[in-house]
Ligand binder design. Structure first.
Ligand code: PEP
Ligand code: MN
Length: 337
């Protein structure tokens, strides 16, 4: 449940309500908004049964939150959240473009990509050092060596870096080198991993599971936030449907649905959603038009030689062209690029 305070509620009144909640063994989350402050209650609300909070002068109303996710819920936190990754803000006025190879393959490949995407105007470098491949015989990633190259790329270009983690060991290694952890689609409901990512102190990019509902996805984000880490960014990357013309089906409606249900920023990954280079531009445009806070786009110096996801990766020239084409649309949507 949430307690909506009256506009101009006194700080002492907010503190008083908070103490009452805590005295009952519940948690109180205070969300000071532009107009009103909201106090979210976490825990068994029946403990407050004999306490009528509505009688307090500065309390406007009590609203019950029926969804199982609370901290990720917009009712708990009506203002959109902004997540800082290095010096980049996701969820603000500017669109944030993450780009880079599917997998870190070599230092040369990663540095060339980092410089090219920076020149084209991207804000964050992505690259996989731990690859959750469908086949156990496919390239599994350079692991810690790949993370070292990511850090080097950040030092050379100044771009913050994001890397997927697939295990607790990977988290322990990644925190030494990267600015943001990525939890991939296949691990969206790996609850131990989510909790450890929550404890890591780094912002987390949480991709939607291959067959996850929006409710399950927001509950997954709740696992991270419940560990005291509010810095979660959601990434819609397509879901499994009966359609086989594309690798997945981009659920473009997830963007406005998430914006209605949650305060967390959401970006779109048209590369994994389609699996086809030619569809990356139209779906990037669609994502910006529907209000996404950013994009994640795979790029490679030579996609035909890529060790993973070559068919969906853009060349540097294609990426640069896409960035130019996105700019007027971003402006139309009131976003900087
Ligand atoms: C990736 O971003 O490299 C990746 C594996 O994506 P997903 O988890 O969305 O399949
Ligand atoms: Mn990939």
């Amino acid at each position: 449940m949430i307690i909506v305070m009256k506009p101009m509620a006194k700080a002492e009144s907010i503190e008083q309500i908070k103490s009452i909640i805590e005295a009952k063994g519940l948690e109180a989350h205070i969300s000071p908004g532009k107009e009103v402050t909201i106090i979210g209650v976490i825990g068994d609300r029946s403990k407050l049964q004999d306490q009528n909070l509505e009688i307090f002068e500065d309390v406007d109303k009590i609203v019950s939150v029926t969804e199982s996710y609370k901290l990720a819920n917009k009712k708990f936190h009506p203002e959109p959240s902004r997540v800082k990754v290095g010096n980049v803000i996701i969820g603000g006025d500017a669109l944030v473009i993450m780009s880079g190879p599917c997998a870190v393959e070599s230092k040369e490949q990663l540095l060339a990509t980092a410089h090219a995407i920076k020149k084209a105007g991207a804000h964050i470098l992505r690259g996989g050092a731990y690859k959750p491949r469908t086949s156990p015989y496919a390239f599994q990633g350079l692991e810690e060596e790949g993370l070292k190259y990511m850090k080097e790329a950040r030092e050379e270009t100044g771009l913050p870096v994001v890397c997927e983690v697939t295990s607790l060991d990977a988290i322990d290694a990644a925190v030494k080198y990267v600015d943001m952890l990525q939890i991939g689609a296949r691990n969206m409901q790996n609850f131990y991993l989510l909790k450890e990512a929550g404890k890591s102190g780094l912002p987390v990019l949480l991709k939607r599971g291959l067959a996850a509902t929006i409710d399950e996805w927001l509950n997954a984000s709740e696992y991270i936030i419940a560990e005291g880490n509010p810095n979660v960014v959601l990434c819609e990357r397509g879901i499994r449907t009966f359609e086989t013309a594309t690798r997945n089906t981009l659920d473009i409606s997830a963007v406005p649905v998430i914006k209605e249900k949650s305060h967390l920023p959401i970006i779109v990954d048209p590369s994994h959603a389609t699996g086809v280079r030619a569809y990356v531009k139209p779906l990037s445009m669609a994502a910006v038009a529907v209000g996404a806070d950013g994009l994640m786009i795979e790029t490679h110096p030579n996609p035909s030689m890529a060790l993973s996801d070559g068919p969906q990766s853009l060349t540097f020239e294609q990426f640069e062209k896409l960035m130019k084409e996105l700019t007027p649309l971003a402006t139309l949507m009131g976003r900087k690029l």
